[in-house]
Ligand binder design. Sequence first.
Ligand code: ADP
Length: 537
Amino acid sequence: MSLIFDEYGRPYIILQEQERKTRIKGLDAIRSNITAARTLARTLTTSLGPKGMDKMLQSQDGDVTVTNDGATILKEMDVENQVAKLMVELAQSQDDEIGDGTTGVVVLAGALLEQALILLDRGIHPTKISEGFDKACEVCLDKLEQISQKIEFNENSYDDLVKAAMTTMSSKVVNRYSQQLAEICIKAIFSVADFERKDINLDLIKVEGKVGGTLEDSVLVNGIVLDKDVSHPQMPKAVDNAKICILTCPFEPPKPKTKHKLDIDSVEKYRDLQKAEQEYFRDMVQRVKDSGANVVLCQWGFDDEANHLLYQNGLLAVRWVGGVEIELVAMATHGRIIPRFSEISEKKLGRAGKVREVSLGTTHDHVIFIEDCANSKAVTIFLRGGSKMAVDEAKRSVHDALCQVRNLIRDQRIVYGGGSSEIACSLAVSEFADKVSGVEQYAIRCFADALDAIPSALADNSGLSSLETLGALKAAQTKQNNSRLGVDCLGLGTLDMKEQNVYETLLSKKQQIQLATQLVKMILKIDDVIGPTDALT
Ligand code: ADP
């Protein structure tokens, strides 16, 4: 800003563009960033664990989501602040990589930031804090490896896998049916898994939901489910040994793309036109029939005339099948997508053991099941629920459980949940801190305190006193040298998480600690925030 005088001696001020921007520097910048991120993390703390609260989020267009999933909560929240957005990305990256533990990672990052603030107030330089946190993170990862256990399972006996999948779902709305859903998820994964390469393509598992019934009515379909019905009420409702003609062209006479005008000024001309149209339909349906197909799936609609002809020819036809479904059916049945009627041939038909229309309960709703597909790997988890919100939340929970099982097939090692592994890590980090000389020691100790945030939150959310529980657990773990002791959230009377069957994957826990540490280090490195005018106020 500079003060200038014009030719008459009147003063005026020149403001440079740069100075009109809001700018926070140095420790103030770090502090304000930490406060923003911490506020967001606090929102999620109450959602952690089996007794965690759900959040209800309303979007601008009035859609309501009720969920307990950290990544979803943050995604739906309209976050403005740039640093808070980093937290949203943090949950998202945990979701992308692991698929589970999204609430935990944000709570941990929030706790680490809180500790960082204490260290900053004590006058410790951000770089030293970062270095200390880094070392503590290494100690945690080593400790987790040490306390991890390998679980054994195969296609016939997979009790431990069920327990792991159930732990993921225990905090969600679906927990009453978690055993049934866990088994469905495991069967789905087994049917698409390549055990030799430890590879699981989750794209082959489609999760479909339809409002109605209860979660108990959810089933695993060995194939694909289309949320459609047969196009004519008198068509066959089930076809065995289906040969499926998958069309992306409509059953309609061709329309020229250029502008055209047709004068029909006599009854003869009208009859000729009608005949020509019927001829088209007859020809189309005949081509389908000649190829040997007994099921027709079409991406577009049918004219009434075409629908009638399809029915007369004994075909099971479904119209308005979405583009994604068309591709999926083609993939699963080894069929080809046919864009023109002239290209229909027997070789291009998809094969499936059975195609049938299923009616759902007392409602007039129908869905189409395409089962035992030629490429038998694709399966569908078909979820039911009383409301759209319930079905959506069930979908999210099933996604978490599927990821959990996939991770366990990739790496069979687990650690115990309920905050027990965090307490074990916290104890290990505290012990390590005593051996470190220098300022980093304080940072390492604070890292241990931050780890306590997870068991504390679990205890708080279950109505227990967090300080008492934490103290008792730490003492018990040290005394009994048992790293399986965690928070008894459900009041089952035992602290041993093995007995409570609370399992988490080693991969997920390691990823949580690594991601949270990385994020905190990143925030600590930002010491200058330059924003557009008024953006930061
Ligand atoms: P996330 O989105 O991080 O998976 P959740 O709300 O699912 O968050 O909570 C997971 C936490 O709850 C984990 O720390 C897990 O160990 C713990 N947990 C889950 N089930 C139980 C249980 N029955 N008893 C104690 N802790 C549990």
